[in-house]
Design a protein around this ligand. Sequence first.
Ligand code: NAD
Length: 340
Amino acid sequence: MSKILVTGGTGFIGSHTVVELHNAGYEVVIVDNFANSNPKILNQLKKITGKEFQFFELDLCDEAKVKAFVDQNADITGVIHFAAYKAVGESVQQPLKYYRNNLYSLINVINGFNADIDLVFSSSCTVYGQPDVLPVTEAAPVKKAESPYGNTKQIAEEILQDSCAVMPALKVISLRYFNPVGAHATALIGELPIGVPQNLVPFITQSAIGKRGPITVYGNDYATPDGSAVRDYIHVVDLAKAHVAAIRRMESKKASSNYEVFNLGTGKGSSVLEIIQAFEKSTGQKLNYTIGARREGDVEKVWGDVTKSTQELGWKAELDINEMMLSAWNWEKYLKDNPF
Ligand code: NAD
């Protein structure tokens, strides 16, 4: 049984990936410093899987501690590196906090394993900005980042690419996520936004449960069918499964080079207004929303071409928008009854 390290494994996408790795027969070790997650997630993971995962509370920016951790866990064969800060607005206000955390942690992980490891990296479709051609393929040019957060993803991809070019024992798959939403079918884990959610779906669920006021639709004059912005929403469980596929690809030595990039989306765009309708239809909850001005930095429309991930990674998103909305709503209701 291969042993996989999941950094940021108590976070939103990390926790779902821990479950899928376990389901696929992997042994999992989790590292997190709870900078943006709750220790109770470890117990939730146990409730879902029946397994108490090995857990180390560790700040990955601490180079010496990362090195010591790797020395003590020499049987780890692969790493899925989720650990990072992700709040776009905060990154504009505190750029150094983001550059430091997101880049030091990555460098420390590569160095900690002496650049001899299979590594899956959490990248983002933000690297494409507003693409010239839709659906956007992995070959599309990387556009100037809109925020320091987005820039950390671009720089991280460059760090990985440059390192792979001269370190053949380092094998990397960068996964460019589109818009991860939804929660586990058990409603025991999901997204835990700190403060006012900046993303649409957590705002919708918090508004529906009464934690927030009306939803603002930022712009209805975009060049899209209904005027609201379009994104490629992907269920977090589908996303988690793609990480298992990426680990398998590297293990079975199927990769075409030691640095590869894949889009992870559904290949289909949904507008903000379509998401609102899908939520109302799948949950029976009426939403209160108003139309506001466009939000600075938002792109008009983006959805991914997933041909490469389907053909080469052997992975495809299976869950539809209704399952995304219903699972997100069930998680919000669970949180109301079981506050963290
Ligand atoms: P999250 O904040 O829920 O999870 C990240 C986890 O990393 C948290 O548990 C946090 O405590 C931990 N962490 C942060 N810095 C750390 C450090 N120095 N040492 C140890 N642990 C640390 O975020 P998420 O939504 O699960 O995202 C996971 C990854 O995917 C991130 O790299 C994020 O940038 C990327 N990503 C997320 C989205 C999204 O919309 N959620 C989209 C594209 C890319």
